[in-house]
Design a protein around this ligand. Structure first.
Ligand code: AMP
Ligand code: ZN
Length: 478
């Protein structure tokens, strides 16, 4: 841990309590976050976990060193809708290649969107398609992991309504349901018996599912009770994260994250698969979940139809009749603690924009040295289970280099407007301001400097080394 860093505490969904964070290996702190399904544009609800875990990633890098954190965020490109479109649009191509073509644009769009929100790229971004079948490099894959589950008595084959399935046997795991605190008896009560008749228990879930002749699928073969069973099919939803996290982070790692809606069934079932395949006590030590971004009290989602895509917010006038800079959306999210719900509104964006404008002005004021001590209060908020709203409250009283450090810690940047004032105009403003300085009209000169800073343009006053004359240069601040 970096010297003088306060202890990091994180809320763990597994224990429902805030705990001191102790990485398994401080030389390599390992975090996995469930990433987007690249079928469609991501909405701003999807942006929330990306931003929240980006702040955590930055904090871990700060505490343990930038080279001592591995952050894996997957891309889900195996999905029935994606697969079907791949087969329809590229019938001649091998499935993985066809999927790549279908998802390329969406994946690129996602990268562009989250970069505009100030998010760093994760260390690795594996795609599910690359981990379905056994790999040349021997890294864990989904089919091999399903085989381990069969071999260890945690999975069975059964004939479902639309073909054969390999199912996870939830009753084979004595403590299934620990994360979501659901027990199997409760789930038995609500079961839809007709549809689930082939399952030993209604909570059993699909690991592998047979595809019909006109559905896309991967050729897989399993050994079940001594016999070879070939099932051309596709994986269930949960197994991809178990395989990809093991591939890059090992069987047990430090932090696993995602939105609240993933606790059940997705994360519960990831835990069941990983622990039973590896025979381990836990999959990840700390489970973290962000609250929902809501619109009028309802979770923003594709199915509710109450969503705004990140792209629309940044580049169209659909929300509040104007475009919003990515920096503003980021701050608007971080003004609320990550575990609380956010009610999304134009008012909230306006508030965030006003705060950022104030911060941009304050960056040019006061002591410009990056004095870590002055930032300690803001950092101690972040290390207390990522208390970003409290950190922001401290930042209201900060300026100069200290404010810059605190903003960097959260990945906040002053807004860079589409620079509507061109370089020529800026040169003219700068020369008018130099005239004001010669007249010793400091107040007016400072006002101009602050106004430009509010627009993301920082003036730097200095002297020409040869003539000794006052000169002013400028740059766009990022
Ligand atoms: P999905 O593509 O629906 O699997 O979601 C990708 C990520 O976004 C997951 O971590 C979800 O939990 C999260 N997510 C989806 N909708 C929201 C929302 N309205 N607010 C916060 N997080 C969300
Ligand atoms: Zn996952």
């Amino acid at each position: 841990m970096a010297q003088g860093s306060p202890e990091l505490t994180l809320y763990n969904t597994l224990t429902r309590s805030k705990e001191a964070f102790a990485p398994i290996d401080p030389e390599n702190v390992r975090m996995y976050v469930c990433g987007p399904t690249v079928y469609d544009f991501a909405h701003i609800g999807n942006a929330r976990p990306v931003i929240v875990f980006d702040v955590l990633y930055r904090l871990l890098r700060h505490v343990y060193g930038a080279d001592h954190v591995t952050y894996v965020r997957n891309i889900t490109d195996v999905d029935d809708k994606i697969n079907a479109r791949a087969l329809r649009d590229y019938p001649g191509l091998p499935l993985n290649e066809a999927i790549r073509k279908v998802t390329e644009k969406t994946a690129n769009q996602f990268h562009e969107d989250v970069a505009a929100l100030g998010c760093l790229q994760p260390t690795v971004e594996p795609r599910a398609t690359e981990f379905v079948l056994a790999r040349k490099d021997g890294k864990p894959d989904m089919v091999s992991m399903i085989q381990s589950l069969i071999d260890r008595g945690h999975a069975y084959e059964a004939k479902g309504e639309s073909g054969r399935e390999i199912l996870f046997d939830t009753t084979s795991m004595t403590d299934y349901g620990q994360l979501s605190k659901r027990n199997l008896d409760e789930q038995q009560a609500g079961a839809r018996i007709a549809v689930e008749a082939h399952k030993k228990h209604p909570a059993d879930f699909v690991l592998w599912k047979e595809s019909s002749a006109d559905e896309p699928g991967w050729e897989a073969s399993f050994r079940v009770e001594g016999a070879e069973v070939a099932i051309r099919g596709r994986p269930g939803w949960h197994i991809e994260c178990s395989a990809m996290s093991a591939a890059y982070l090992g069987e047990v790692f430090d932090i696993h994250g995602g939105g609240l809606d993933l606790i059940f069934p997705h994360h519960e079932n990831e835990i069941a698969q990983s622990r039973c395949a590896h025979g381990s006590r836990v999959m990840a030590n700390v489970w973290m979940h962000n609250g929902f971004l809501q619109v009028e009290g309802r979770k923003m989602s594709k199915s509710e139809g109450n969503f705004v895509t990140i792209h629309e917010l940044l580049h169209t006038e659909k929300f509040g009749g104007r475009k919003w800079p990515g920096e503003v959306l980021r701050l608007a999210m971080l003004m609320t603690h990550y575990r609380e719900p956010i009610d999304f509104s134009v008012k909230r964006l306006e508030e965030a924009e006003a705060v950022l404008t104030k911060f941009a002005r304050r960056l040019g004021e006061g002591d410009q040295s990056e004095n870590a001590e002055v930032v300690a209060d803001a950092f101690s908020c972040l290390t207390d289970d990522l208390n970003t709203p409290d950190a922001i409250r401290h930042m209201h009283g900060m300026s100069g280099g200290a404010l810059r450090l605190a903003m960097d810690a959260m990945g906040l940047r002053p807004v860079v407007h589409d620079v509507s004032v061109g370089a020529d105009t800026i040169a003219e403003i700068v020369s008018n301001r130099l005239a004001l300085i010669r007249e010793k009209n400091w107040a007016e000169a400072d006002k101009i400097r602050d106004e430009l800073l509010g627009q993301g343009i920082q003036l730097k006053d200095g002297k020409d080394p040869e003539t000794g004359e006052r000169v002013t240069t400028w740059e766009v601040v990022r």
